[in-house]
Ligand binder design. Structure first.
Ligand code: HEC
Length: 389
């Protein structure tokens, strides 16, 4: 049998489940039946549908999908019974039959939920939030989680449980709202002993969200050395200034194009690249200003922020001192995909975020064009904690 590949219907199912659960939450909140926590509607139940389980258990996913269809048809049958008197007995019979034959999935499709399970981060992953998160993280979290996020801080060995490393799939597996809850309200082991302290009395909600943003940067940074980013990283939101024009938002400037990010400092100021029709070129400089009046056709748009240099150096897995000349590519959907080291030609090995598994066979003939072609042909379908992003 050759149906569509599982990802197509599975993505549709996961997207529907997320939309439906969020829709129910918004409806309950609007009707005054669900309260609010941390500034967003509170999920009132102890469980939610476990998208993360469905992702790996295709059998359960299929059963749940078929059951949803059966329930929808059963509802239609009930509606028909109500509207059309003559059909009443038959319709109700069909409806009941559908519910009986539906392949009800087992309870593994449910997982524990917290009131913030469906909360979305309000930070928009801005440079400002990442910079704030760096400060929060270094003062409140690094002692246990380690300055590099690998869970080897000075206090780690004194704890009942070793802090997990963020340089791995951890942050990608959990919903943002659930990570937020664990930081705000702490975590306990099966015996009820506190394993991770609660921060809600020490940090504002905004600080907790920004610390999570910085953890994503740490995950990317550590991942580069291991050969790739453990989770897809979005291009941080930042103001862009072109020439003398007033700054624009990244989204307005990008306008759906690919982006090439180029780190330029005093040492590399003579190597500002020319504009290139294949992407928008964004210069990153240590002080957030254009290095010098650029010549015709040279890139003249700069990330207008003093935080850009350090954040992008971290994303590229490089120390700020050696960042100059590094390039990064973002695809049309705003995901960072590849990194080019200073002074070397682009090749397939520069991919840090591939949608398909890395090829084990000999890499294809490289070059920027083939990299771009592959980036477009394999868009990132990011399913995080069972939720499609
Ligand atoms: C006293 C040590 C300590 C401090 C301080 C600390 N953590 Fe943790 N953290 C832990 C431990 C231990 C775990 C693992 C807990 C478990 O799995 O039961 C953990 C787990 C986590 C997790 C994973 C949550 C999950 O869903 O599995 C995140 C995210 C996290 N911490 C973020 C932070 C942030 C952000 C800060 C600073 C605001 C912080 N931690 C401060 C010890 C600490």
């Amino acid at each position: 049998m050759s149906g569509p590949p599982p990802t197509v219907w599975l993505n549709a199912l996961l997207g529907f489940l997320q939309w439906a659960q969020h829709g129910v939450l918004v409806l309950l909140h609007t009707l005054g039946l669900a309260g609010e926590v941390h500034g967003q509607p509170a999920w009132p139940w102890e469980v939610r549908i476990a998208g993360e389980t469905l992702l790996i258990d295709l059998g359960q996913a299929r059963q749940l999908g078929l059951t949803l269809i059966a329930v929808a048809l059963a509802l239609l049958a009930v509606l028909a019974a109500l509207l059309i008197r003559r059909w009443r007995a038959v319709s109700l019979g069909v409806g009941a039959g559908l519910l009986v034959v539906a392949p009800w999935p087992s309870s593994v499709v449910l997982s524990p939920a917290v009131p913030t399970s469906f909360h979305a981060s309000p930070t928009a992953f801005t440079l400002q939030s990442i910079a704030q998160g760096t400060r929060v993280y270094n003062t409140a979290c690094a002692s246990c989680h380690g300055a590099d996020g690998r869970g080897e801080g000075p206090l780690a060995a004194t704890l009942t449980r070793w802090p997990p490393t963020v340089v791995g799939p951890l942050l990608g597996r959990r919903a943002d709202g659930e990570l937020f809850w664990h930081i705000a309200h702490g975590m306990r082991d099966a015996q009820g002993t506190v394993t991770m302290p609660a921060f809600t009395h020490r940090l504002s909600d905004a600080d907790i969200w920004s610390a999570l943003d910085y953890m994503k940067v740490l995950a990317a940074s550590g991942g580069v050395r291991a050969g790739g980013w453990p989770l897809p990283v979005a291009m941080p939101t930042l103001p862009v200034r072109c020439g003398d024009a007033p700054p624009e938002t990244l989204a307005a400037w990008r306008n759906g194009q690919r982006i090439r990010v180029v780190a330029i400092d005093a040492a590399s100021a003579d190597r500002i690249p020319l504009e290139d029709p294949r992407f928008q070129t964004l210069l990153i400089t240590p002080d957030g200003t254009l290095p010098s009046p650029t010549r015709a056709f040279q890139a003249h748009c700069v990330a207008a922020s003093t935080d850009a240099w350090n954040v992008f150096a971290a994303l590229a897995g490089t120390a700020p001192q050696t960042f100059s000349g590094t390039q990064l590519l973002a695809d049309r959907n705003g995901w960072l995909r590849a990194r080019g080291e200073p002074g070397t030609a682009w090749s397939d090995a520069d991919f840090l975020c591939t949608a398909a598994a890395r090829e084990t066979a000999a890499p294809r003939a490289g070059g920027l064009d083939s990299l771009i072609a592959r980036m477009d042909a394999e868009p990132v379908r990011y399913v995080k904690g069972g939720f499609i992003h």
